[in-house]
Design a protein around this ligand. Structure first.
Ligand code: ZN
Length: 143
């Protein structure tokens, strides 16, 4: 670690140098409760190896990251902490990423809670034109 750079808070948690409310660790991923939950049980799932953004996550840790996201989501339902979940990933400064160790928010949801994710989506959504959609899909299919 470069002494001029502040330590990554999530790497410090993964190394057990900073305490956290641990949920699970695997060889490639780790899950712990966020200290700023929007709902009880709000969990962060992170790759074990430092990766700033989604694109930086090591290929071999990607399946383990998403497997742990699935397992935490299923467990939230099973133990009664959630009726459903939202997943949220902010990757890159433009996406308002706060901590630059990629993390997946697993947010427990209950019918009638006040999170209202669809209200936000509906407020931002706009009708797409067919030709623009065709062009965008073509760009996204490029290797
Ligand atoms: Zn890190």
């Amino acid at each position: 670690m470069n002494p001029a750079m502040p330590a990554c808070v999530f790497c410090e948690i993964i190394a057990h140098r900073t305490p956290a409310s641990w949920v699970e660790e695997t060889p490639g991923a780790a899950a712990f409760l966020t200290i700023e939950p929007v709902a009880d049980g709000h969990t962060l799932v992170v790759p074990r190896t430092h990766a700033s953004t989604l694109e930086d996550v090591r290929t071999e840790e990607r399946p383990q990251l998403w497997e742990l996201v699935h397992r935490i989501s299923e467990r939230m339902r099973r133990v009664g902490l959630a009726e459903g979940v939202n997943l949220l990933v902010a990757s890159g400064a433009a996406a308002e990423q706060g901590v630059f160790h990629l993390h997946v928010h697993v947010i427990p949801r209950h019918t009638g809670d006040s999170i209202a994710m669809n209200d936000w989506l509906d407020a931002k959504a706009h009708a797409a034109s067919g030709s623009r959609q065709t062009e965008l899909a073509e760009r996204l299919r490029s290797p």
